[in-house]
Design a protein around this ligand. Sequence first.
Ligand code: C2O
Ligand code: CU
Length: 471
Amino acid sequence: MAVVRAGVTLLIVSSIACSQRSAPADDPEDQAIVEFAGSYPTEAPPPGVVREFEIVAAPAVVARAGQDRLNVWAYNGQVPGPTLRIRLGETLRVRFTNKLPQDTTIHWHGVRLPNAMDGVPNVTQPAVPSGGTFTYEFTPRDAGTFWFHPHVRASEQVERGLYGVLVVEDASPPAYTQDLVWVLDDWLLDPSGQVAPQFNTRHELAMDGRWGGVVTINGQPATTLRVRPGERIRLRMLNSANGRVFVPDFGGLDAKIIAVDGLYLRSPMPARGFELAPGNRLDVELTFAASLPGPLEIWDRFMPQRPNKLATVEVAGELVDTPRFGSPAHAHVPRWPNALAVAAAHTFRLNAKTGGAFGISWMIDGVAFQGHDHMMAPSTSLVRGKFARWHFVNESARIHPIHTHGMFFRLLARNGVAVDEPFFRDTVLVHAREEVDVGVVPTDPGIWMMHCHILEHAEAGMMTTIEVRDP
Ligand code: C2O
Ligand code: CU
C-alpha cells in the first residue's frame, strides 16, 4: 500500500513538472506531500557492499586542546574519533566494543536508518555495558556528512571526547580538490589542564550548557587551512560541542553552503551568518582565486563582541586548474508555501523548573525526561509518509538546538514569519522566547528521540520521544 502510494505521488509530481497545468491538490496537507515527493528516498535501499569497521570506546591520553597529555575518552584512541567514509549504496557494519567504565551506545546522528540501529538505550537497544559489544549495521539512504556519539550520559561522554564523523560520499563524488572534515569543539579544562570533572553543574544548566574556553578544530586550538591557488575544496564542518554555537565567517573567501545536516541544498547559498548549533553540520564549498588579498582568516562570530579565530588560511604553491563541475547543491527541497495553513499536529513548550537530579530540570510540555531507564510515553505521534507541522514555543530565556532522530524537517517560520530555508535539517536552534514552526514527513516507523542538543539540557530532562506509525 505504502509503496504504491509513493509511486503514485511521484507520478503526480512528474506530470506537474511536464504540464504545469495539473490541478493543484486543494488540501494544504496533500499539497505538502506532493511537493515533498522526490526530496529524498522514502524506501530503504537493498544492502550493498558491506564496509566493516572496528570501533572501541576507551579511556586514552592524547595531545589535544593545547595539552600534551589530555585524559580523554576516545573512539579508537583518537579525538575526534575516526572518520568513517563510505559510498552511497554501501552498507556500514560497525563492530563496537565498550571499554569505558560506564554503559554507552553509539547513536548515528542524522542518519535515516532502521529504528533498531539508532543507538538509544532502552528505546532501540539495551545499553552496551562496560566490556560489552554491539554490532551496528545499516545502509544509508542519504549521502552527506553525519556523525556518531554516545546516547548515555552524553553531556559527560561527548565532552570527554567521544564523537566521530560518518561521511557518506555520493555514488559519484564531485571532483573537489580536497574533501576535508572539521570537527568544531570547545573544552572546559580545570587548572591542571584536564577536562573539568564536574558535569551538569547548576551553572551549566541555568545557562546554555557547558561552554569551554579552548576552542578547537579536530582537537587543535590553532588550525591552518593549506590550499593552492585555484583549488575548489569541500569543507565538512560539524559542531560537536555540548553547548557552544558557532557562526563561521569566511571573510573575503568565496564560500558557499552546499549542504546542511548532511543533505544538499536546493541551490548553493553564500556562507554567511549560519548558526552552527550543537549537532549541526555545514558543508561549505571554497574556491580560491589565483591571487587573493591576505590575511585570510576564518572566525566564529556567534558572539560578535567576543569572536573566536577558527583558522588561518594559507594559499601557497603552484596554481592548479579549478575543477569545473556544476554544484552538487541542486536537491529538490519543497517550498511548502501553504504549510503554515496546516493545523499544528503538536505544540512543544520548552521550559525549566527548579528541582530534579541536578537542581534544575529542563522540560518539554512541562515534563522532564527522567533518563533512558525510565520509559515515558511518546509526546506525540506521526504517520509515516504524511506531512505534519510542529510548533515550538520557547518559554525560556535560553537557547535550545532541537534535534530529531530518524527524520529531517524543514523550517517553516520563526515567530510566525514564514522562512523558506532551501534545505532540510535535523537540528534547529530555537532562540530565547522564540516560536518556531517546522514541517516534517517521516519516512521510518519507530520510536524516535527528540531533544535539545545542548547536552546538559538534555541530561536534565529536555528529551522526549516521537512515535512514527505506519499508515
Ligand atoms: Cu546527536 Cu540524540 O543526538
Ligand atoms: Cu536546551
